[in-house]
Design a protein around this ligand. Structure first.
Ligand code: ADP
Length: 349
């Protein structure tokens, strides 16, 4: 797969000495939708701004379609930032909003008209071209915002938390809209968010960042099913993966008062064990790992049984149709659903 974007051993040290990006390698393929996700301060916006040319890389290379662009001005990079729909000019028609950037670049009028109509056709907003943004639905405005990026014919779209100011319902709708549009247009995208649900639903590949480093890169399902570290395990998925300390011995994870069989992988000694809430089952006393329920949350389709496994908080996600037995006192799991991590570094074992 040819790479549209390559970030090679990128380092960013801000003038105040803060090291925000600590040697990052990421490649984004043609047409690929990559999501950079991580908690606030992990360096995701810095990375995106380095790609856009708004921040200079301290070390390393940024390549777009094979060309090193470290010293190329943002306007001369083959990129388009997609902003939230509020960035539309309210007093201008949709047509003029789409044409604005091209006019500023002194693109010939006929070329502008052709590109605006091409984008409008792609986005299915042809009939709205004479309207003002206020006369459009949220979804239509999102399309116009994308349209402003599309008319530039960029190699890659860059999104910086475009949905964070919207209410939950509109956010879900816009998320779908962005996914559909990017699929239809087939241009690569980098999307930055702290929201793991957005990352899971939008991405072809997720890049999980933590303190200026890449924790894991993979397809959403891969990252969910085989988190590379306790950091990823607890960041991706809601409710988060349960993590608790145990001792691995004789093919089982032992805690005080119980044990759970593991698939054999040669690990022995102390470990952090992970189990997703939906993979945990309730059992009777002595059947698995001792678990004491203290609160039950009803979520409609599911029900969360919260409690303690030893000293650790633990939650089991259950189908709402399932009656919690009065004598539930343990947790069991299929051996392949138990994840093992290094007790100190948190790395997957
Ligand atoms: P994120 O987008 O993941 O929340 P940022 O990339 O914005 O994180 O920031 C990464 C780190 O760099 C943070 O600790 C932030 O405080 C710091 N930082 C961001 N911009 C600057 C700046 N201009 N000067 C100094 N430090 C900065």
């Amino acid at each position: 797969m040819t790479s549209t974007l390559e970030i090679v051993r990128a380092v960013k040290r801000y003038p105040n000495g803060h090291l925000a990006v600590k040697g990052v390698d990421i490649a984004v393929g043609e047409g690929e939708f990559a999501v950079f996700v991580g908690p606030s301060g992990c360096g995701k916006s810095t990375l995106l701004r380095m790609v856009a040319g708004l921040e200079k890389a301290t070390e390393g290379e940024i390549r777009l379609s094979g060309r090193v662009v470290n010293d190329v001005e943002p306007a001369d990079r083959d990129i388009a930032m997609v902003f939230q729909n509020y960035a539309l000019y309210p007093h201008m028609s949709v047509y003029d909003n789409l044409a604005y950037g091209l006019r500023n670049r002194r693109t010939p009028r006929a070329e502008i008209d052709a590109r605006v109509r091409e984008a409008a056709a792609l986005l299915q907003i042809g009939e709205y071209l004479p309207r003002k943004p206020a006369q459009l639905s949220g979804g239509q405005r999102q399309r116009v915002a994308m349209g402003r990026a599309i008319v530039r014919h960029p190699a890659i779209f860059l999104f910086d938390e475009p949905l964070s100011n919207l209410d939950a319902k509109l956010r879900t709708q816009m998320r779908l809209e962005i996914r559909r549009l990017q699929r239809r247009i087939g241009v690569a995208a980098v999307y930055v968010t702290h929201d793991q649900v957005e990352a899971m639903t939008l991405a072809d590949r997720i890049v999980v960042l933590n303190e200026g480093r890449v924790e894991q890169i993979g397809a959403p399902k891969e990252v969910y099913d085989r988190p590379a570290s306790t950091f990823v395990a607890s960041f991706i998925g809601a409710p988060a993966m349960n993590l608790f300390p145990a001792t691995v011995e004789g093919g089982a994870a032992h805690v005080e008062g119980g044990a759970a069989p593991l698939t054999r992988n040669g690990v022995a000694g102390p470990a952090t064990v992970g189990l997703r809430p939906e993979k945990a089952r309730l059992g009777r006393a002595g059947e698995g790992l001792p678990f004491r329920i203290d609160t039950v949350e009803e979520l409609g389709a599911t029900r969360l049984a919260h409690g303690r496994l030893g000293a650790a908080d633990f939650v089991v996600s259950l189908d709402a149709a399932y009656e919690i037995p009065a004598d539930a006192a343990s947790v069991t799991a299929d051996p392949e659903d138990l994840h093992l991590f290094h007790p100190e570094t948190g790395a997957r074992l």
